[in-house]
Design a protein around this ligand. Structure first.
Ligand code: CS2
Ligand code: MG
Length: 418
């Protein structure tokens, strides 16, 4: 190598890897990677309720694997972090790895002066369809709010029940915890207890609520329901069958994500499109679900599946089998993740739909993003890398506050899976 090449390589090394925990409207963990010529990459490493565990892994174990390495070798560095530990993966490590991966792609884009979608091969579409959550404390509130969103231009809506009250069927708490998503974190220091899960009430309520929504909103709104794997196998099959006439865009997590045989039964008995994926961490674990075409939409979480690198590989694998993407995009992951998803949404050939946070004031005091959400469609700007800027001083002012998802109980006081 002549001296110029040596000099150039030296300029491209990683000098620091750190984390920022911030809470502008809810808790987020950012990974910050810096190079010796002053580039800064940001990645999201937020694992809802376990943020500090991820920060510790990044600071104590991963940092030393990266300092002095060539930042351009994402594939090599990803494998170095993943394969160098004998005990691989799991939510904490894969979230940490995702944060690093996103930050490295951010740097790669900034070095090239190109947005992520362009690095990956350019735009397949100008704008990408998004869906947002709608929730209400009663069915009529849910319907009213859905109507308002459709009137505001949204074409795709998702509803979900996080608790039901068997004593009063008119009361259905539809994803009430998502109030957290519009800026009111449950700052209890611990998890709130909910005592009202009842699968039979849910099963009775669900087709009725879905039918009411369909009647009110008309045939052209893409309706999505998230079962959140809260049903036993036979009940999951029954729910899917009863929802068939509603014409859902997709039914999400009707069964446990690892229960491929129930998913197979649902597919054999109904034509409801199925979406699964947010609880997978590894390509090797989700491969069988995709290979057997048990889903129509694959929806891994970019922040828990190891970042952009493995998500792109999974999307290409799914494309070969006629499966589209509907990646997990909840309010509990931060703007670098949402920006990466927006870049993938305009780039991927087999993009299906993208879950999106409607009220972005939840993070706007800290983050500026390249994402525009206009009447249910996402467009993404041409800033280099992920295109997210971070006001680090503001991030530090919004201190982390311990918070968790509610803990769901059934009517006998036993824990029910969230
Ligand atoms: C959900 C999430 O967005 C979704 O599809 O399943 O709301 C999920 O409950 C949260 O990400 C949990 O932290
Ligand atoms: Mg879900």
């Amino acid at each position: 190598m002549d001296d110029r090449v040596v000099e150039r390589r030296k300029l491209m090394s990683i000098t620091s890897v750190s984390t920022i925990l911030t809470s502008p409207g809810r808790n987020y963990l950012l990974v910050v990677v810096k190079t010796d010529d002053g580039l800064v990459g940001y990645g999201d490493a937020t694992l809802n309720g376990r943020e500090r565990a991820v920060a510790t892994v990044v600071e104590d174990s991963i940092r030393q694997l990266l300092v002095d390495e060539d930042e351009s070798r994402i594939e090599y560095l990803w494998r170095k972090i993943y394969l160098s530990a004998y005990w691989r993966g799991g939510p904490v490590l894969m979230t940490a790895l995702a944060g690093i991966d996103m930050a490295l792609w951010d740097i790669k884009g900034k070095r090239a002066g190109l947005p992520l979608y362009s690095l990956l091969g350019g735009k397949a579409r100008d704008r990408a369809r998004a869906y947002v959550h709608v929730h209400g404390q009663t069915t009529s509130q849910l319907v009213e709010r859905s109507r308002a969103k459709v009137d505001a231009g949204f074409e795709a809506l998702r509803f979900s029940f996080d608790s039901v009250d068997p004593r009063d069927p008119s009361v259905t708490y539809c994803q009430a915890h998502q109030d957290v998503a519009v800026g009111r974190i449950e700052r209890t220091g611990g998890a709130a207890r909910r005592d009202s899960w009842d699968s039979d009430t849910y099963l009775t309520d669900l087709p009725r609520t879905a039918a009411t929504l369909r009647d009110t909103l008309g045939p052209n709104v893409a309706l999505i329901h998230d079962v959140h794997s809260r049903l036993s196998p036979p009940r999951a099959v029954r729910a899917a069958k009863e929802l068939e006439s509603t014409g859902l865009f997709f039914l999400e997590d009707p069964a446990e994500h690892l229960d491929l045989s129930t998913l197979e039964t649902i597919r054999a008995q109904t034509s409801v499109p199925i979406a699964v994926g947010e609880l997978y961490f590894h390509g090797s674990d989700i491969a069988e679900l995709v290979r057997r075409q048990l889903v129509d939409y694959v929806r891994v979480d970019i922040s828990h599946f190891g970042g952009i690198t493995p998500v792109v590989k999974l999307a290409h694998f799914a494309e070969a089998l006629g499966i589209r993407t509907a990646f997990h995009g909840p309010s509990d992951i931060s703007p670098p993740a949402h920006a990466a998803l927006a870049h993938l949404a305009v780039h991927l050939g087999n993009f299906g739909i993208q879950e999106m946070v409607e009220d972005q004031s939840i993070w706007s005091e800290v983050f500026t993003t390249p994402i525009q959400l206009d009447r249910g469609f996402i467009t993404v700007g041409n800033q280099p890398g992920l295109g997210v800027s971070v006001d680090e001083a503001a991030a530090r002012r919004h201190e982390f506050v311990p918070a968790s998802l509610p803990i769901l109980h059934d009517r006998m006081g036993a824990i029910h899976p969230w």
